[in-house]
Ligand binder design. Sequence first.
Ligand code: C5P
Length: 228
Amino acid sequence: MKSALLVPAAGLGLRLGWDGPKALVDLGGAPMLAVTLSRFAAADLTPPAVVTVPPGQAAGFDRAVSALSPFPCAFVEGGAERQDSVLAGLEALPDFTDLVVIHDAARPLVSPEMVQAVMDAAREHGAATAALPVTDTILQADAEAFLADTPDRSLLWACQTPQAFRLDLILEAHRRARREGWRTTDDATLARRAGHPVKLVRGAQENLKVTTPFDLRLALRLRREEKA
Ligand code: C5P
C-alpha cells in the first residue's frame, strides 16, 4: 500500500504575533515546518510530500525548507481556510496513493511512534486520528457567553493530527463537503460526516499545536529538552 504525506502549512502567524507564514517561524534554529517534516523521516511514505503554502509563497518555502527536509516536497498553494488547503493538497497527490497522512505544520513535536500508530489504525479501519481525552471540564456557551451545557467529560477527546485515511474515502468526503457547504477544522470530522467510522488513537500533550506566543515558548522548551 503506497502512503503519502500532506502537510497543511498555508496558515498565517497572526495569533502568534508574527507577520510571516506561521510554518516558517524559527523553532530553535530551523523553520517549524522543517522540524515537523523531520518527524516523518522514518515513516513508510512515498515522496514527494505535498505541503500547502500561502498564495505566491511556493518559491520562498522551497528555499527555506527543502534543503532541511528528509524527503522531497511539492509546494502547492492553499486556500482561504484549512479545509480549502487540504482539498487542494489532496487533489495534488500522486495517483498511485492509497493512504494519505495529513499532519499540520503547526504540530512540530509529533512522535514517530504516533505517526506509525495512526497509519496502522487507518490501514485497519480506513480512517483514524490522533486525539487526547480532555482533562478540563468543557463548557458549551451561548452567544452571550452564558453557560448553555456541560457535556459528559468522559466522552470528550481533543482533536490532534496526524490523521490518516484511504485516499478515495477522504477525497470523496472533501468533495462532498465542498458541494454541500460543510465547514470543519479537521478532516476526520468530514470523514465521519460522510458516513465512515474513524478510529481515535491516543495522542500526546507534547503534540501541541503552536498557535499563540505561549505555545511557541513551550514548544521551544520541549525541543531543547529533546536535544539535551
Ligand atoms: O490555524 P491553525 O493553526 O488551526 O491551522 C492548522 C494548520 O492548517 C496549520 O499548519 C496551518 O498552516 C494550516 N492552514 C492551511 N491553510 C489555511 C489555514 C491553515 O494550510 N488557510
